[in-house]
Design a protein around this ligand. Structure first.
Ligand code: ATP
Ligand code: MG
Length: 126
């Protein structure tokens, strides 16, 4: 396929539900691995089925695929990722700024969680 030639280091597969994001991203990972490239396949879909495709539990940590040497996968869990982000921002100032300021920082913008299902026409799941 032509799009597989001269690929940039990061490739995004986006689109509304059922257009083939998972199938094409997994197939692309296989193709690149077959050329000896090291691949990290990341899904941001809260209902990711990448693990199902490869017959292996993946989850919220980088996991090497037993069936495909050279490919690792990660199924980002949005709530856990948001918590890690909050901690990265607030952690360094905890104990430096007052507890009240830290608490207010968390509850102002850091705890705003995006809606569970983005609009189908602008989905960025893969
Ligand atoms: N290029 C293709 N040609 C024919 N069928 C395809 C193609 N790509 C995907 N399909 C089929 O379309 C269906 C949806 O594909 P897939 O799960 O990859 O889409 P998706 O965009 O990841 O879906 P979702 O939004 O539900 O995660 C599957 O049944 C798959 O087998
Ligand atoms: Mg999918």
């Amino acid at each position: 396929m032509q799009f597989l030639e001269n690929l940039p280091p990061y490739i995004f597969f986006t689109g509304k539900g059922g257009v083939g994001k998972t199938s094409l991203s997994c197939a692309t990972a296989l193709k690149l691995a077959s050329e000896g490239k090291k691949v990290l396949l990341v899904s941001t879909d809260p209902a990711s089925n990448v693990g199902q495709v490869f017959g292996q539990r993946i989850g919220n940590q980088i996991t090497e695929l037993a069936a495909v040497p050279g490919v690792s996968a990660l199924e980002i869990e949005p709530q856990a990722a948001a918590q890690q982000y909050r901690e990265r921002i607030v952690g360094p100032v905890r104990g430096v700024l007052s507890d009240d300021i830290v608490r207010r920082s968390r509850s102002s913008f850091l705890e705003r969680v995006p809606p569970k299902s983005p609009p189908s026409t602008s989905s960025r799941r893969c």
